[in-house]
Design a protein. Structure first.
Length: 228
């Protein structure tokens, strides 16, 4: 795809993982790697990916269990392709029953993997509108623009990412830990970075308009809520 996809690869075979990453990145995609099931589930829940590639025989948490847990807990449905040596019909049916969108048996052609990833990425985009509307807010994911009551809001890249994360979850709250991990990964700039950026976001989104859309959910985090 023209702009590439953000892909999560959950695979405990480091050599295979390196081969897949090198091939996909050579074709313009961005790949994040997790080597066990617990790390894979955490990344899948708290970071934003277009496609997840999931081995089944994983340390810490089996891939089938990971996929089922992801389907129960995730706020959005991200396409999951299972990559595994389990090749019987019952294995494949179990994969789909646990929430897989595609199933590719090892060993596989990297070219076929690439083609299937592209198809899954397009499927996700077809199911999501480019523009999210939350009360007076319009968030255009394709143009990366935000307006309120028709007035353009100028956001830095970090503020845009926070806004998009809140908008995609709205009206559900997003925890502080989830926001921090989503925006900065596991190495945020300071302990107060999120609070400072939420303050800046409120200065742009809420303060000029007199009605707050960004709410603090005490003990949890933050959410976007349209005025009643």
């Amino acid at each position: 795809m023209a702009n590439g996809l953000d892909i999560l690869l959950v695979e405990d075979n480091a050599d295979l993982g390196e081969t897949i990453i090198a091939y996909l990145e050579a074709h313009g995609h961005r790949v994040h790697y997790a080597a066990d099931g617990e790390a894979g589930l955490r990344d899948a829940l708290y970071r934003d990916f277009d496609v997840i590639l999931l081995d089944l025989s994983l340390p810490c948490r089996d891939g089938l269990d990971l996929c089922a847990e992801l389907r129960k807990r995730a706020f959005r449905r991200v396409p999951v392709m299972m990559l595994t040596a389990r090749d019987t019909l019952d294995d494949k049916l179990a994969g789909f029953a646990h929430g897989a969108d595609d199933y590719l048996v090892k060993p596989f052609s990297l070219a076929e993997l690439l083609a299937r990833i592209s198809a899954l990425g397009q499927r996700r985009q077809l199911n999501q509108p480019y523009v999210l509307s939350i009360g007076p807010l319009r968030i255009d994911r394709q143009a990366r623009t935000v307006t309120r009551d028709g007035e353009a809001l100028h956001l830095s890249p970090v503020l845009w990412n926070i806004m998009l994360t809140l908008a995609e979850r709205a009206p559900n709250p997003v925890s502080r830990d989830e926001l921090t991990l989503q925006i900065w990964g596991e190495d945020p700039p300071t302990s107060d970075a999120l609070r400072a950026h939420i303050h800046l976001l409120r200065q742009v989104v809420d303060r000029p308009f007199g009605i707050a859309l960004i709410e603090t959910v005490h003990g949890v985090g933050f959410r976007l809520k349209a005025p009643e």
